[in-house]
Design a protein around this ligand. Structure first.
Ligand SMILES: [Zn+2]
Ligand SMILES: [Zn+2]
Ligand SMILES: [Zn+2]
Length: 138
């Protein structure tokens, strides 16, 4: 069994050929991708299957969705052991205004936010905008 098959199994997702391909595609990107990018990479695949795969991955905690302010949701793979939990796994995302790419800064967790009594955080989205490493060295 390959590492990807094992990972999908661990998340209770049946490792179909399509799912493995999409996982591999996202792993290679090392940045967040849009559904359109996935569709363009798998032109022969059914669009419904592709969007369902991403939804399945998201529900299973294999990927997380990122709203980077561009209006188009992006998806990135979760790190091993990630439960997308507030104060645990949620990290800062960086959106480069030059190349329009969004990356996970997994080592930079979102700091704990003190909410008024009676409020409970379920999700926190923190996007830093600026110039990424690639663009600033050109
Ligand atoms: Zn996660
Ligand atoms: Zn950039
Ligand atoms: Zn991320």
């Amino acid at each position: 069994m390959s590492d990807i098959e094992k990972l999908l199994n661990d998340h209770k997702v049946r490792p179909t050929a399509m799912r493995i391909l999409i996982y591999r595609f996202m792993a290679k990107k090392e940045r967040a991708v849009t559904l359109t990018e996935i569709e363009n990479a798998f032109v022969k695949a059914d669009r419904v299957t592709l969007s369902r795969t991403i939804k399945t991955f998201e529900t299973a905690g294999i990927v997380h969705q990122i709203e980077d302010g561009t209006g188009i949701p992006k998806y990135a793979l979760c790190a091993a052991g990630c439960n997308c939990e507030v104060d645990q796994d949620l990290h800062i995302h960086f959106h480069c205004t030059s190349c329009d790419e969004t990356v996970c800064l997994t080592d930079h967790k979102i700091p704990h936010i003190n909410l008024p009594e009676g409020y409970r955080a379920e999700n926190v989205n923190l996007v830093v905008k600026g110039i990424c490493e690639k663009c600033s060295t050109v």
